[in-house]
Design a protein around this ligand. Structure first.
Ligand SMILES: [Zn+2]
Ligand SMILES: [Zn+2]
Length: 274
């Protein structure tokens, strides 16, 4: 299994998971031309995408799923109420999945996990490589950590996790109090401290790396997010785990979900204009 964060933040999110030659997108939140460009930059032609799982209907996650279905034949999946909330996805022939059920694709299984967020039926997604059993999870756009979310994210080899804001920077930042309250609220976004709590709750011997995602450009800094989560993990029995931050503007990866078995490779960073 190889995983790339094609970009993550309030201006667009997409994660590519590749298992035994088959490719699946989790979210398609960039304009279609930009998403196609990022895919091509890692030699993944848009026509090679087997399926797209849309985590929720917000534009920064769903923006070009329908356009990709029309242009490249992507099969779209999303939770039932996400589809009810998004006529464009329905018009593109998107298929409803039940939250918690296994969706069997050609080389991997996808399972959706309920998360609390200000959307119709948002989910985190866990991809399991069928041959090797390696598991990667993507959990962003969640306002707080629930037992159900932690249970769904157990036993991962790779965790891509929201660390949206530093609470002090959010409170001192440019947003009106009402907006800051919504971001920090129970159906908003995870703070660095809450991300650290979630990481600590799901850490286990096999977890090889944590990639922090959906960082706010106004109210966070990668070094603060990494420090919060890495420090929390270092205090667990598992000890230190590589923690890095994905970017809004560049592709990050590939992350090899079995890299815990050997020295962690340096993720390739590509600079792309956006
Ligand atoms: Zn988002
Ligand atoms: Zn959202």
């Amino acid at each position: 299994m190889k995983t790339w964060v094609l970009g993550s933040g309030s201006r667009g999110n997409a994660v590519l998971v590749e298992v035994d030659g088959a490719r699946v997108l989790i979210d398609a939140g960039f304009p279609i031309r930009e998403l196609a460009r990022r895919l091509k930059s890692i030699d993944a032609p848009p026509t090679s995408i087997e399926a797209v799982m849309v985590t929720h209907e917000h534009t920064d996650h769903a923006r070009s799923a329908a356009a990709g279905a029309r242009a490249f034949g992507w099969r779209i999946y999303a939770s039932l109420r996400t589809l009810e909330a998004d006529p464009e996805l329905r018009a593109a022939g998107a298929i409803a999945v039940r939250v918690g059920e296994t969706l069997a694709l050609s080389t991997m299984d996808l399972v959706t996990v309920p998360i609390p967020h200000d959307a119709a039926q948002p989910v985190a997604v866990v991809a399991t490589a069928r041959r090797s059993g390696i598991r990667a999870g993507v959990a962003y756009d969640l306002g707080h950590v629930t037992d159900a979310t932690c249970a769904g994210l157990a036993e991962l080899d790779l965790l891509i996790l929201e660390a949206n804001h530093d609470l002090d920077m959010l409170r001192a930042g440019p947003y009106p109090v009402s907006v800051a309250d919504r971001i920090a609220g129970p159906r908003g976004h995870l703070s660095n401290a809450a991300a650290a709590d979630l990481a600590r709750a799901v850490v286990h011997r096999g977890l090889g790396r944590v990639v922090l995602a959906h960082l706010s450009e106004n109210c966070n800094e990668p070094r603060l997010a990494i420090h919060a989560v890495a420090t929390a993990l270092a205090r667990t029995r598992r000890g230190g785990i590589p923690v890095c931050a994905a970017s809004q503007h560049t592709v990050t990866g590939p992350f090899l979900a079995h890299e815990s078995l050997g020295p962690a490779p340096d993720p390739r960073q590509l600079s792309l204009d956006f």
